[in-house]
Design a protein around this ligand. Sequence first.
Ligand code: HEM
Length: 142
Amino acid sequence: MQQDDKTAGQQPVRQYESAFEWIGGEPAVQALVDRFYDLMDLEPCYRELRASHGPALDDARQKLCWFLCGWLGGPDHYVSRFGHPRLKMRHMPFSIGILERDQWLACMDQAMAETGVPGALRVQLQKSFFNTADWMRNRAGA
Ligand code: HEM
């Protein structure tokens, strides 16, 4: 993917090879995922999403970071360890309706805002995350 990042004034246009590069590489993905799970733990508005996870979030934190690195066009840490993600199948043990989907998306969007994901990239990722999260629904309705 190639994206232009036109900063204020007469800064040169910067081209990014991937969303992974644009976001700031692995440290930025790690910061995003850490904030995502911290928010899930802290904010009452993500209560049902938090409840769908087990008591500890360490495993999920590590796996989501590895997965997103590859999903954003960076190193495929997840696939090299676990093979094809088969995300829908791996989420079948958890009941995912519109409520959980929307809490996941809102939590991720808050984490993107708070960790300084560039605005244009954030808008692009909102759409991609929506498509993936919506496809993961396995319970009809809310
Ligand atoms: C739609 C709402 C979602 C819910 C309720 C949900 C919930 C969960 C839960 C409960 C786990 C297990 C965590 C653990 O092992 O302790 C998990 C794992 C995971 N989730 Fe989600 N998730 C959602 C959406 C997403 C999306 C949109 C992505 C990717 C963009 C994603 C990526 C992952 C990955 C990579 C794992 C680790 C899978 C594994 O190897 O076990 N999830 N999710």
